[in-house]
Design a protein around this ligand. Structure first.
Ligand code: C2O
Ligand code: CU
Ligand code: CU
Length: 503
């Protein structure tokens, strides 16, 4: 079989050796990162489809630069309008996309812990919407996903970024139950960056920083009614920052890739052939130390930051590949889009000498949460519900707006989340971040903060969380947003302790 140009063969060996040496020097544990999925089963796909037409020789780069808004003197105040926009994406007309401020990608907001973020939001759509600030530890009053902002209405979001908010890559998107998947699938999502300690680590500070907002859309001529809402809709057009297969010029030895999966259902399973990836951060911000991985599985809602050594990259483009991942069992639910390998972006080395920058050995300390006061069970499934048809369920219930779980401020709880269904479910909790304690009873080795964890078919994941700083009503849900819209969400009420003793 004639192998194609897509994977440069030169220097592969030296690259690998270099990566390994590097890692030895740093003492990185050679362990696959915990978000990685069932990789073993995928090996057989590995070389099959790389030469197909999904990897064009000349990437079409029609990128609209991302608008960036940064806070100054502790304040970021912006206008943000949800509106319809006729766009050209990947050289095709996309009429009536939903955008923030008229473009895809939406503006990127950059703040620091302790800042105030004021968003004068206007809904110019013909349907209700709202905003959620995914990853931010905010009061449920401020990050209110129960708000319904009607067409033509405005709302001012006033957010106090918590002084203890860890630096990280977060995002904003609509969260009106019943229309979340549709509104993301038509374009509504943007990045929020919290700057802080991670950005000040000298090696990281000098890295070339690139944000990748990963979205997928259906071609406008495709009949959207044929979308598989049960599995969760996936579009055939995969865009990075609104651009099809962008080519990134690399000008520094360390490339810092900050990835956000803003697709309603699509998982990204990323690899650079022959190149180790070093993960430094996830949903909850910095890991305690960098870890070396071969592949990164990023479910909807999740974020990750990778450091890639580029000094040895050959001058020809390197592809960031998206590999197959099977997130549903065979059968009627299993109609995902075809599973092929494709490149979603290229990196091309600039013609210049690179200073080699060594990776940092440690990042930010992570303290383990204390033992829980309470343990709860959650089961994820789907089934027929009277008067409603097929619904997605948590503990047998589809989202009704009533409180399903009531917890007490300042307590620690373990939640055992068991997937009894035939599809993977990325489970997301608002307001407080959590730590994974075990997967199928096997203790998690590395303590990491998360806000979204993949619970695979048949799996039980135990997480631990502390309800800190805020009382109020918030939610947990599957971040396959069709599942959320079809009921896989629960309302969580955080209450002050009843027996509080004053005076
Ligand atoms: Cu990304 Cu409940 O949200
Ligand atoms: Cu969220
Ligand atoms: Cu789900």
């Amino acid at each position: 079989m004639a192998q194609h140009q897509c994977l440069p063969v030169t220097n592969r060996k030296s690259l690998r050796n270099r990566a390994v040496n590097q890692v030895k020097k740093m003492g990185i544990r050679r362990r696959e990162f915990i978000t990685m999925g069932a990789l073993g089963t995928l090996g057989a796909f590995a070389l099959k489809s790389c030469g197909n037409s999904s990897i064009p020789n000349t990437p079409a780069n029609n990128e609209t630069p991302t608008q960036v808004f940064r806070s100054e003197n502790g304040l970021l105040e912006i206008d943000l309008t949800a509106q319809y926009s006729d766009l050209v994406l990947a050289e095709q007309p996309f009429p009536q996309m939903m955008t923030y401020n008229g473009q895809i990608p939406a503006p990127r907001l950059e703040v620091n812990a302790g800042d105030r973020l004021i968003i004068h939001f206007k809904n110019d759509l013909d349907q209700a919407t709202n905003l959620h600030f995914h990853g931010l530890h905010l009061s449920p009053d401020q990050d209110n996903v129960f708000l319904k902002i009607a067409p033509g209405q405005s709302h001012t979001y006033e957010l106090d970024i918590h002084p203890q908010q860890r630096a990280g890559t977060h995002w904003y998107h609509p969260h009106l139950h019943g229309s979340v998947a549709e509104q993301l699938f038509r374009g509504l999502a943007g990045i929020i960056v919290v700057r802080g300690a991670l950005d000040e680590i000298p090696e990281i500070a000098v890295a070339q920083e690139e944000f990748f907002l990963l979205q997928d859309f259906a071609s406008p001529d495709a009949n959207s009614r044929h979308m598989n809402l049960m599995a969760g809709r996936e579009g055939s057009l995969r865009l990075v920052n609104g651009s099809y297969h962008p080519s990134i010029e690399v000008t520094e030895d360390l490339l810092r890739l900050r990835l956000v999966n803003a697709s309603p259902s699509r998982f990204y399973h990323l690899e650079i052939k022959g190149q180790k990836l070093v993960q430094i951060s996830n949903d909850g911000g910095a890991l305690s130390q960098p870890i070396e991985i071969d592949k990164l599985l990023l479910t909807p809602g999740q974020r990750a930051e990778l450091l890639i050594h580029t000094a040895d990259l050959p001058d020809i483009p390197i592809h960031l590949l998206n590999l197959p991942y099977k997130r549903t069992q065979m059968g009627m639910m299993g109609n995902q889009t075809p599973q092929t390998i494709e490149a979603i972006a290229d990196f091309k080395r600039a013609a210049k000498d690179f200073d080699v920058v060594y990776l940092p050995e440690t990042l930010q300390p992570i303290e383990q949460l204390p033992e829980p006061q309470q343990t709860r069970q959650f089961t994820l499934n789907h089934g027929m519900v009277k008067g409603q048809g097929m619904a997605f369920l948590i503990n047998g219930e589809s989202y009704s707006g009533a409180v399903q779980t009531e917890v007490t401020l300042d307590t620690v709880e373990d939640w055992e989340i068991k997937n009894m269904g035939t599809m993977d479910h990325p489970f997301h909790i608002h307001t407080n971040k959590f730590q994974i304690i075990s997967r199928n009873g096997i203790p998690e080795e590395m303590i990491v903060w998360h806000d979204t964890v993949l619970v695979k078919v048949g799996e039980t994941i135990k997480i631990r969380m502390k309800f800190e700083h805020f009382t109020g009503e918030t939610v947990y849900h599957c971040h396959i947003l069709d599942h959320e819209d079809l009921g896989m969400m629960g309302k969580l009420k955080i209450s002050a302790p009843t027996a509080a003793i004053f005076g």
